[in-house]
Design a protein around this ligand. Structure first.
Ligand SMILES: Cc1cc2nc3c(=O)[nH]c(=O)nc-3n(C[C@H](O)[C@H](O)[C@H](O)COP(=O)(O)O)c2cc1C
Length: 190
């Protein structure tokens, strides 16, 4: 076997769908979710699933030990406070043997022109030296903001793909073929 055939990929993502109910959503709930066959997924979660399905990657969802509130304005307050305090929320669970992975797809929603602080927790906790890191983001339009250079700074010995995958929440529901095309162009799908 050559090294490519043993290469393993991992999708690491955080996503915060603001409801679990597929019916009667508020505008904010609608904007942060995709409903597939009656199941509510977060925008970033949906992209993460498509990447994992099409690259044969394992998947790890970053979840905080203390769950975030579903209420939009409470969530905004907490997210803002965490950012202003440069806080590192604690992550529930661990990636099993991160050393086995060659490529890490690293996905998050844009929160206030940055990554959610829990992504900083992850990058503090894990050393991704020698791995390819492929950032992906969903947003209301801000895209990555400066997150890619932050990831590079925090993981200086990783090979961080600087033109990661950015998807607007307005089109995420219909983005499956674009995501697959992007993965193919980048060589992650043979
Ligand atoms: C607390 C908070 C802050 C946000 N800040 C921004 C922002 O600065 N720029 C932007 O384009 N979208 C922003 N958004 C919108 C999210 O990036 C967007 O809805 C994203 O697709 C949500 O993904 P998710 O469902 O996976 O959590 C924000 C959303 C939340 C909840």
């Amino acid at each position: 076997m050559d090294s490519n055939s043993t290469a393993k990929n991992l999708v690491v993502y955080f996503s915060m769908p603001e409801t679990t109910e597929p019916e009667n959503m508020s505008r904010e709930e609608e904007l942060s979710t995709v409903v597939i066959d009656g199941e509510v997924l977060g925008n970033t979660q949906y992209v993460a699933y498509i990447i994992a399905e099409n690259t044969g990657a394992d998947i790890f969802r970053i979840e905080p030990v203390t769950p975030y509130p579903l209420d939009h304005s409470e969530l905004e307050d907490i997210a803002q406070k965490e950012q202003s305090e440069n806080f590192r929320p604690e992550i529930a669970g661990m990636v099993e043997d991160i050393d086995q992975y060659d490529t890490i797809f690293f996905g998050f929603p844009n929160w206030y022109y940055d990554m959610p602080m829990i992504m900083y927790s992850f990058l503090d906790q894990y050393d991704l030296a020698g791995k390819t890191v492929v950032p992906f983001v969903t947003s209301g339009g801000s895209g990555f903001s400066d997150a890619i250079s932050t990831i590079k700074d925090m993981e200086p010995d990783a090979d961080v793909v600087t033109d990661g995958l950015s998807i607007s929440r307005n089109v995420v529901q219909d983005s499956k073929s674009d995501i697959i095309e992007w993965l193919t162009e980048k060589g992650f799908i043979q």
